[in-house]
Design a binder for this molecule. Sequence first.
Ligand SMILES: NC(=O)c1ccc[n+]([C@@H]2O[C@H](COP(=O)([O-])OP(=O)(O)OC[C@H]3O[C@@H](n4cnc5c(N)ncnc54)[C@H](O)[C@@H]3O)[C@@H](O)[C@H]2O)c1
Length: 365
Amino acid sequence: MANKGKVKVGIIGSQFEADIHAASFKIMPEEAEVVAVASPTPGHPEELARRYGIPRVFHDYRQMLKEKDIEMVTIAAPNYLHAQMTIDIANAGKHVVCEKPLCMTLEEADEMVETCQKQGVLFMYAEELFFTPKYVRAKQLADEGAFGKVYLVKQSEKHFGPHAEWFWDVERSGGGVFMDMGCHGIAFCYWFYNRSPIKSVYCQMGTYVHGDITRGEDNTLCILEFENGGVALIEDSWARHGGMDDRIEVFGSGGLTYANLHMGNALITYSQHGYGYVVEKAPTSTGWTFTTYEELWNYGFPQEMAHFARCVRGKEEPQATGEDGRVVQEVLYAGYESARTGKKVELPFRPKGVKKPIDLWFGEH
Ligand SMILES: NC(=O)c1ccc[n+]([C@@H]2O[C@H](COP(=O)([O-])OP(=O)(O)OC[C@H]3O[C@@H](n4cnc5c(N)ncnc54)[C@H](O)[C@@H]3O)[C@@H](O)[C@H]2O)c1
């Protein structure tokens, strides 16, 4: 494997998030180049390859892992496949970038971390909120002392539900919106409090709008207490109309900040005729809309992928790791448990033999 020049990347998956990975490497092309894509559906990886000029296409990712020059592989496949893919990538001697949420179970998380350690490869966790420029700025202010002692961090992410059918199937996703987007808020608040250990988790959740198509919850509230005395409130929804909403609020003894990622940045547009792209998951482009621009950059995806490539070259230390993903996984378990019992769950909370986090809400483990 080369250890200079651009990092050679393979992508697993060819749809929504794989497109974001490929586009991100194109936006910041200095550090890495995508040389291969692997995804099973005939025509899909070919289409991604055509769009982004990716030279090699595979339908079985294991074949792609045999390519000697590939140094880093990003996983943009459904959640239930993350663990096996991570282990296969690590055993092929390649660095891993795994999408959120890390996996289905804590046993898998342990095995993923251990295999990467054993094989001496980096295990990077694709939590782009650690790279979202507006949120990075908020954290800088907090770290500079702008807000005094921070006592409450809020993060929320809401839209009307995911684009692909597997998200709704808890066997493949592991849970509903808490698993899908709560994982962002948990990671974000943990990172914002400089990884102060999480003491307790309280969650309320329900399936309010989409009960006809999923057993998964579509609206959640989650409160975390941290050892440093800080509190987090994380709200997530698949039941909110109007396209993607992602925002934070930070409160401290000496100040506060509000950062609204999409609506706060957007062009406020009125169109009788409609137009092309509004924002992720927007249902319409007519009437009043919040028109996004530089969406991937504002989320931090290109910066995240460039950082991971720099880590492969030893220029930076990973800022988002499999260990972070494992912390989030434990909070997901605790959150579902809390939603079932109605009680606060103290960490550590590591029940064995759980098949998927949402089973703790169903009481089915
Ligand atoms: N960071 C973020 O904000 C963000 C946003 C969206 C999705 N994601 C995550 O990315 C992952 C993928 O989600 P998505 O929205 O792209 O889903 P998607 O359904 O749009 O795409 C999934 C892709 O995985 C491929 N796939 C399925 N089985 C496979 C296999 N055995 N081998 C190789 N590829 C296989 C599918 O063919 C498809 O190309 C999920 O874990 C999701 O949580 C993260």
